[in-house]
Write a protein that binds this ligand. Structure first.
Ligand code: PLP
Length: 405
């Protein structure tokens, strides 16, 4: 494997211009964020946040300040902000922790069919423990319908999980309305929303959204990898999933990633300092790219909604008669870095469950390409990508067995 990657990289070389638009899966950390992290490796706060010595207290201060920064931006109390080391871990904690702590109340869990796999898979793992797990269907733009969700909720339901924004097709769910209909059916249901792809782009407020738990991940807002968050409203019972030693995070023990938290805090400040302005610019660039690609490439389908109900930075297009993986490689050679479907599924070449849930056929799902922009992209970047994509698709269609001939 290692040598395969090395050979690939040697053959790949470097394009004249590079535009990274795979920020959905991860990406470059801005220099200001890196700078905020550096002192915490070896100058201050390099101790253990639970230990009573100076470097330990300095580390604990970072944990507290990061919790305060998160709390301020989601309308929560800092004590209700719990850290993990990724969004995946926070979602696992939400699903497994709530199910285990509340199993005497009921054994039904409802998750939307387009959730990230870090919600769906832990939920389905509970089937062995006697839980019934139901996937709420979505329409062709990825929306969960209120009436359909209400139908699925009953007295046995302990947990409902519907994301705020879809990670592949950018659909912004109407979470408030969904939580209302769920509570009308059963006031005791715990409502979780995975907001990893909404944070910094869509306003999040626990009370206004009517949710009990929220998942966030640092690297989804250009922070470093290695910090996740689970907000848990006061009074919601969650059983720890991991057991371990002393930690300031009893729900997820293990030493906190303090340098990454310092970076996450800086990334939050940057994401919120010009929230509307930056998101407006990004959606303008995204629309320019979308219009250009859809105008120039025949047999290209937009996945997900248009307009206000699509998150500002997401573009997902299915190119018929091409294999998405082949297109990511062709584009990579041209210095355009994007992904096909979701990273979680692309390595195993299964069509993404999100694409199938919105009714895309296998070949449409396989040809889907995900672009995610950031506030650092320029019009020149977008125009470069808009020129490369039609050429790359055309070349692959000419040589591909899937091509029209
Ligand atoms: C919606 C959503 N939830 C959860 C995750 C998992 O977060 P992490 O990569 O921090 O494990 C992702 C990651 O891409 C995501 O897009």
């Amino acid at each position: 494997m290692t040598s395969d990657v090395r050979r690939l990289l040697e053959a790949h070389g470097r394009a004249e211009r590079e535009v990274y638009m795979d920020n959905e899966n991860s990406g470059q950390v801005p220099p200001e964020v890196v700078e905020a992290m550096l002192p915490y490796f070896n100058q201050v706060g390099y101790g253990h946040p639970s230990i009573t010595n100076r470097p330990g207290w300095e580390a604990f201060e970072v944990v507290q300040e990061t919790a305060e920064a998160v709390a301020r931006t989601i309308g929560a109390d800092p004590e209700d902000v719990h850290f993990t080391h990724s969004g995946t871990e926070a979602n696992n904690l939400a699903i497994l922790g709530v199910a285990r702590a509340n199993r005497s109340r009921g054994r039904k869990i409802v998750v939307s069919a387009v959730e990230h796999l870090s919600v769906i898979l832990p939920a389905e793992s509970l089937e062995d423990a006697g839980f019934k797990v139901v996937r709420a269907p979505v329409d062709e733009e990825g929306f969960v319908d209120q009436d359909v969700l209400a139908e699925l909720v009953d007295r046995e339901t302990v947990l409902v999980s519907v994301q705020t924004v879809n990670h592949e097709i950018g659909t912004i769910q109407r979470v408030r309305g969904l939580s209302e209909v769920v509570r009308d059916k059963n006031a005791d249901v715990i409502f979780h929303t995975d907001a990893c792809d909404a944070y910094g782009r869509v306003r999040i407020d626990a009370d206004a959204m009517g949710v009990d738990m929220i998942t966030l991940s640092s690297h989804k807002i250009l922070g470093p990898k290695g910090v996740g968050v689970l907000y848990v409203a006061d009074g919601v019972r969650v059983e720890p999933v991991l057991r371990g030693a002393l930690s300031s995070q009893p729900l997820w023990p293990g030493v906190e990633n303090v340098p990454a938290m310092a970076g996450f805090k800086r990334a939050i400040e940057l994401a919120f300092e010009d929230f509307d302005g930056a998101n407006g610019r990004v959606s303008g660039l995204r629309d320019r790219l979308m219009d250009s690609i859809l105008d120039r490439v025949p047999d290209a389908l937009l996945n997900g909604p248009r307009g206000e109900e699509r998150v500002s930075d997401n573009l997902n297009v299915s190119f018929l008669h091409v294999e998405g993986e082949a297109l990511t490689v062709e584009l990579s050679m041209r210095g355009v870095y994007v992904s096909s479907g979701s990273a979680c599924t692309s390595r195993i070449l299964e069509p993404s469950h999100v694409m199938l849930a919105i009714g895309r056929r296998y070949e449409e799902a396989h040809g889907s390409i995900l672009f995610r922009l950031t506030r650092y992209h320029t019009r020149d970047d977008v125009d470069y990508v808009a020129r490369q994509v039609p050429e790359a698709v055309e070349r692959l269609r000419r040589i591909s067995p899937l091509g029209k001939g």
